[in-house]
Design a protein around this ligand. Structure first.
Ligand code: NAD
Length: 480
């Protein structure tokens, strides 16, 4: 049994103000694997005070000093990737291969991209009018992350704070403390000065709200649900903080008949099911040109029926369980809603998949599910399911495809496939989303990630990710 009963504050592992324990459950069996202590507002005060004191000196470090620390952070991260992968798999159910090679690895991929961005970053520039602009770290940052891509989200927030000379307090999801604990150990071993990075475990309405409201916190960076993101914005309003938000999505995937339809449909279905559908930018609405729609349904059904669902402890390219009972019940309820609204069930459906290995009956496994002929007034068109549930619909014209794709409150990613480059650029220009995938290719580490509309604001990763953590100061050229 793993016990996480300390917070990392001011360079040390310290006991919480008032111990309050929560079990850590593993999604494949729902068995308890550990216990984590949750904090309160006093723990947040202590962590913010440490970060505020550390900002006095860390904010004045040179870019070279910070690059040296980041390179050391990369070395230590590399050495702990296996530990991170195992922790992620155990706490949120990603299969071993994916947890190590994609989830944990993202901590290194983003870090290398931030190092490259910082190397290229000019801390001062002279404007055409002769005035000089300098970019300076914003102050103490409150960082709140979700459970679905735990290290990816921590890296996208903690690293730009460290890179710019800001200091921070991280509140990871209370459900995924194992990987966050290892990340704090990595930062400690990399040799960051005391107080630059602090970790407090806790729940959103207590520790998260205390951070968002704290007068000494200059900026909140939040990733999670739209509901909690709007609570952070409200809590931060009284103290006029900068707030950046990465929220939910219902990303469209437009497939024109002149694309490699079989390959793009198969890839689209697999991307929707990846991470058991628990990715904010998953392509969950597949729109197919009518002349290719029948063929697309055939391919999609076959991919769903062959999608392996198995134990996350095993290596392989299967998908694992959903993360917890709340997710399981929610996904079942959404599938039931689809059925109740008369949507055509093409694959999957209610309940657990057949043929699960013995011992996994208590895990949160679901059937990869596809609904066909879904229309914009249906719940499954509009609401994020956060499970392996795809909806499909036909379209007749390019104009209709764009209108259907944009018919959502979200705007995180949008996917499109066509053999015609001019059409790809024309459609990409009109999609209201922060990231466009074309013919199965998305963007790389170092590119901005973030959304339009209710998918949030701000951009994470690379140069744009650094800019969110910087203040702008201007002065005239020196003259007497
Ligand atoms: P969640 O909003 O329940 O929790 C996210 C984090 O917010 C957790 O650390 C939680 O403790 C905290 N929190 C909850 N209520 C809070 C409050 N009132 N004040 C402050 N903090 C609070 O989301 P989740 O279930 O962990 O994650 C799933 C959601 O995250 C999905 O909607 C998904 O689309 C979204 N997501 C978005 C991105 C992105 O980059 N856009 C990435 C991953 C996940």
């Amino acid at each position: 049994m793993i016990t996480l009963d300390k917070f990392y504050i001011n360079g040390e592992w310290v006991s919480p103000d008032a111990p309050q324990d929560m079990p850590i459950l593993t999604p494949s069996t729902n068995a308890q694997v550990g216990v984590v202590s949750l904090g309160n507002a006093l723990d947040v005060d202590r962590a913010v005070a440490a970060a505020k004191a550390a900002f006095e000196t860390f904010s004045l470090t040179s870019k070279d000093e910070r690059l040296t620390l980041l390179r050391r952070l990369a070395d230590v991260t590399r050495a702990r990737l296996d530990d991170l992968g195992r922790a992620i798999s155990m706490e949120m159910g990603a299969p071993a291969t994916m947890a190590r090679a994609v989830q944990a690895e993202s901590g290194l991929g983003h870090l290398e991209a931030f190092i490259a961005a910082l190397e290229a970053h000019d801390e001062e520039e002279t404007l055409p009018n002769g005035d000089i602009v300098s970019y300076e770290p914003i102050g103490v940052c409150g960082l709140i992350t979700p459970w679905n891509w735990p290290i990816n989200q921590i890296a996208l927030k903690v690293i730009p704070a460290l890179a710019t000379g800001a200091t921070c307090v991280l509140k990871p999801s209370e459900h995924t403390p194992l990987s966050a604990q290892i990340y704090a150990e990595i930062i400690h071993e990399a040799g960051y000065p005391a107080g630059v990075f602090n970790l407090v475990f806790g729940e959103g309405p207590t520790v998260g709200a205390a951070l968002s409201q704290h007068p000494d916190v200059a900026m909140m960076s939040f990733t999670g649900s739209t509901r909690a993101g709007s609570a952070v914005s409200r809590d931060a309003a009284a103290t006029i903080k900068r707030v950046t938000l990465e929220l939910g999505g219902k990303s469209p995937n437009i497939i024109f008949a002149d694309a490699d339809v079989d390959a793009m449909v198969a890839q689209g279905v697999a991307e929707c099911f990846d991470n058991t559908g628990q990715s904010c930018n998953a392509p969950t609405r597949m729109l197919v040109e009518r002349s290719a729609y029948a063929r697309a349904l055939e391919v999609a059904r076959s991919v769903a029926e062959h999608q392996a669902v198995d134990d996350p402890a095993l290596e392989g390219d299967h998908i694992g369980p959903l993360f917890d009972q709340i997710q399981y019940d929610r996904v079942q309820a959404m599938i039931q809603t689809g059925i109740d609204e008369g949507t055509r069930l093409l694959a999957g459906g209610l309940g657990r998949p057949d043929g699960l290995a013995q011992g996994l009956e208590t895990g949160w496994f679901v059937r990869p599910t596809i609904f066909a002929d879904v229309t914009p007034e249906m719940t499954l068109w509009r609401e994020e399911v956060f499970g392996p549930v795809l909806v499909m619909a036909p379209f007749d014209t390019e104009e209709e495809a764009i209108a259907l794709a944009n018919d959502t409150d979200y705007g995180l990613d949008a996917y499109l496939s066509t053999g015609d480059e001019a059409r790809a650029l024309r459609v990409a220009r009109r999609l209201r989303a922060g990231g466009i995938h074309i013919n199965g290719r998305g963007s790389d580490y170092g590119s901005p990630f973030g959304g339009f509309k209710q998918s949030g604001n701000g951009r994470e990763g690379g140069r744009f990710g650094l800019e969110d953590y910087l203040e702008v100061k201007v002065r005239p050229p020196f003259a007497v």
